[in-house]
Design a protein around this ligand. Structure first.
Ligand SMILES: Nc1ncnc2c1ncn2[C@@H]1O[C@H](COP(=O)(O)OP(=O)(O)OP(=O)(O)O)[C@@H](O)[C@H]1O
Ligand SMILES: [Mg+2]
Length: 336
């Protein structure tokens, strides 16, 4: 097994609302990302993907609060580290996070090179502007971006170019882990492909060591990440290799998520399209048993009452369902 770059053990975090209600948006999540490996996190809107991203960086600002669990980055336990300290010492150079819709948040009155100066000088105040320019130019060219982008304002760039600029900027310090939160959503298909190719290049060219790619489109992760974790209502419901989860999902939610795609990719055209009925549960008051039971075609009466831990099928594959894997597979066969 190669070196583990990021390890998260049983992490639980919550939002505390103005009305003092607790919303556990990340519930006992564990994951390991090894050097050179990538992991995708998929799930519907509101299932906790972005909260997990913030939580696993130790980036807690109210209303988000740490509750329990452990985070280890490249052997260093950062659990309980002050969030300001996380910002100064972890973000940018150990872990880089590209927030959802980051490209729309760029300050339109600043040239691209100024964003890069901000990122670099926050960690190395003594680096000169000339040195930063040289580093940025080299890095942009390595990633197939024209160097003249550096002197442009964000409003002068197309959506796809803006997003690729955000990505190149966020990895300027060659962080060990990149967390990209829906980096290709809201882009046209051609720009989406270019953004994904660029993220894969970051791994291939050794700029980052490992990647966490968040999306609400499970099939998109096929050909992008090594592994996939499917998240539902704050919990991981399945984990496996990308191939396994996309082509042979075990959990009924993963299966349903595969069927809810709008534009099937080549190779996935045989997938039967169906919307998932209902909506995810309110996390202020999640159901006692399986959180997906109310929407699950295969649910049995006991599913509503019994909560299940992740079951290990061996070979790094886990799923959270009371129904045995063989019975689920038979049920899927009978359906098709
Ligand atoms: N600031 C907040 N205060 C209270 N609850 C919040 C806050 N932000 C998010 N939540 C709740 O936490 C849960 C998880 O939200 P999160 O944004 O992490 O989901 P997501 O999977 O990233 O969704 P999306 O696909 O829409 O980006 C949701 O139920 C949401 O209502
Ligand atoms: Mg999100």
């Amino acid at each position: 097994m190669s070196k583990v770059i990021l390890e998260v053990n049983e992490l639980t975090t919550k939002y505390i609302t103005r009305f003092r209600e607790d919303i556990y948006a990340v519930d006992h999540v564990s994951l390991k990302v090894e050097d050179g490996k990538s992991i995708g996190i998929a799930g519907e809107s509101g299932c906790g993907k972005s909260t997990l991203a913030l939580s696993l960086m130790g980036y807690y600002f109210p209303p988000l609060h740490y509750s329990s669990g452990e985070i280890i980055v490249d052997g260093r336990n950062i659990t309980g580290m002050n969030p300001d300290n996380v910002r100064k010492t972890i973000l940018g150079n150990e872990i880089s996070y590209i927030p959802q819709a980051a490209m729309n948040a760029l300050n339109p009155t600043q040239k691209v090179i100024r964003f890069i100066e901000d990122v670099i000088q926050a960690h190395n105040p003594r680096v000169t502007r000339q040195e930063i320019y040289e580093l940025a130019r080299e890095r942009f060219e390595l990633l197939g971006l024209p160097a003249d982008v550096l002197q442009k304002y964000s409003v002068e760039l197309s959506g796809g170019m803006k997003q690729r600029t955000v990505i190149a900027t966020s990895v300027i310090l060659s962080p060990k882990v990149l967390i990209a939160d829906e980096p290709s959503s809201a882009l046209d298909v051609t720009s989406q492909k270019m953004v994904i190719k660029m993220i894969l290049d970051l791994m291939e060219k050794g700029i980052i060591k490992s990647l966490i790619f968040i999306t609400h489109e499970l099939p998109l992760l096929y050909n992008v990440t090594d592994d996939i974790m499917v998240m539902y209502a704050g919990q991981i419901v399945e984990r496996g290799s990308a191939d396994e989860v996309v082509f042979d999902p075990i959990h009924p939610y993963s299966k349903a998520l595969m069927g809810s795609i709008i534009v099937p990719e080549a190779g996935l055209r045989d997938v039967k399209l169906t919307a998932i009925p209902g909506t995810p549960p309110n996390l202020k008051n999640p159901p006692a048993g399986c959180r997906f039971a109310a929407r699950c075609k295969f649910a049995m009466p006991e599913c509503q009452a019994i909560s299940v831990n992740l079951r290990d099928t061996g070979g790094g594959r886990t799923y959270r369902c009371i129904i045995p894997e063989e019975d689920l597979r038979k049920a899927y066969e009978n359906e098709s």
